[in-house]
Ligand binder design. Structure first.
Ligand code: GLA
Length: 374
């Protein structure tokens, strides 16, 4: 039981789903995420000490962080994200007061729905709230990204933290990761719904594989920067790619092909969404999954089994993995009237093929950061 009266603020930040535009945020591409009602909530009150005392609604652990030793908690099993987030705020000149924080996370860990971004963003916003500051969602997202990179060691792009901080109820966000310009597009799928299913693959070295992909695209940029006159890979057009593809080694060439074509798919997805052309949007999702499977190699047999089971259901317009990959979730666009049948069918087929159960989530498209005085 949470006794809200014991705390001064309730601050939330969202998990996210990415509709399309995968593994291109760190290449300066445009991505198309939306914030979810699955979120991290921080209940916070100042405690007049030099300690941040952490507790969780879902864990028996209690962790104390000394505010002048925040760099020393990287090895913690629980509390490292909060320590990294507080440290980045401190380094940026933000005040860190001792406080008690109760964390309540409904974003499943390791689901690819950005539980870590939700924790980082809500922690930074909560620390600002007790100082009486007005929260700046974009700055908060940037600090949270820095925590993920420099503290948690995942060299991520900005998509997750931005969506977590700046999401808007019932809207997808078309985020330009080069300029951080963002337009909100009503997420109206007519008679279709978005269905999120977790393949439940146990976590395995996701971070190192993620960083490896990122290094591959960085190496491609070094080769192409001057020749193609680009500052990020997302600037490379399909035509330019075809002209210089032979300069790249096989694997790196496939990675770049994915990036270039995924950027195109995002443009087309926006048009399809605005026209209400769900069939076209669904096809783009399917193509994105195929590209992530064969060119970017970030899916794995579990996500492939889940996506192909989904794609084979007659009420499904399209399905793909969402997030970093190697495990986690798919999203599918499915006729609302057939949603229950779809879920049963996909989960049955998945379990038969993989040997354990997938799990479906009920989530809405929700706001990013919220702050309430209690
Ligand atoms: C993870 C990262 C994001 C993004 C996605 C893939 O979620 O945190 O920055 O790169 O993977 O699109």
């Amino acid at each position: 039981m949470i006794n809200e009266k014991d705390y001064e603020y309730r601050v939330t930040a969202a998990g996210r789903v990415n509709i399309i535009g995968e593994h291109i945020d760190y290449c300066g591409g445009k991505v198309f995420p939306a914030a979810l009602s699955l979120k991290n909530t921080v209940y916070i009150r100042p405690n007049g000490t030099n300690k941040i005392n952490l507790s969780w609604t879902t864990l028996p652990d209690k962790v104390s962080l000394e505010t002048d030793k925040l760099e020393s908690y990287k090895g913690l099993k629980y509390g490292n994200y909060q320590a990294g987030s507080a440290l980045m705020r401190q380094r940026a000149g933000g005040k860190i007061s001792g406080c008690d924080m109760l964390q309540d996370c409904t974003v499943p860990f390791g689901s690819g729905l950005s539980s870590s971004a939700a924790i980082e963003v809500s922690t930074i916003a909560a620390l600002a709230a007790i100082e009486g500051e007005k929260i700046d969602p974009v700055k908060t997202a940037l600090l949270a990204q820095q925590a993920e990179r420099e503290y948690a060691g995942v060299n991520c792009g900005i998509m997750d933290q931005y969506a977590s901080a700046c999401g808007k109820k019932n809207h997808a966000m078309l985020l330009d990761c080069k300029t951080l310009e963002c337009s909100y597009i009503p997420l109206d799928l007519g008679e279709y719904s978005l269905i999120i299913i977790n393949c439940n693959k146990p976590h395995n070295l996701v971070e190192s594989k993620y960083n490896e992909r990122r290094a591959e695209t960085d190496s491609a940029l070094e080769i192409l920067r001057d020749i193609a006159g680009i500052t990020c890979l997302a600037d490379l057009s399909v035509k330019q790619f075809e002209r210089c593809a032979s300069m790249l080694h096989n694997k790196v060439r496939y990675r770049v092909k994915h990036v270039v074509e995924e950027c195109e798919r995002v443009k087309l997805a926006r048009e399809a969404m605005e026209k209400g052309d769900i069939a076209a949007l669904g096809d783009l999702l399917n193509e994105s999954h195929t590209s992530l499977r064969y060119l970017y190699e970030v899916t794995g047999k579990e996500l492939d089994a889940l996506a192909s089971a989904a794609q084979s259901h007659p009420a499904c317009a399209g399905s793909r993995m969402t997030g970093g990959g190697f495990g986690g979730c798919t999203i599918s666009i499915v006729k609302t009237e057939a949603a229950e049948d779809f879920k049963k069918y996909v989960c049955r087929r998945y379990e038969k093929e993989i040997g354990y159960k997938a799990v479906c989530y009920d989530a809405e498209i929700a706001d990013g950061i919220t702050v309430e005085k209690l």
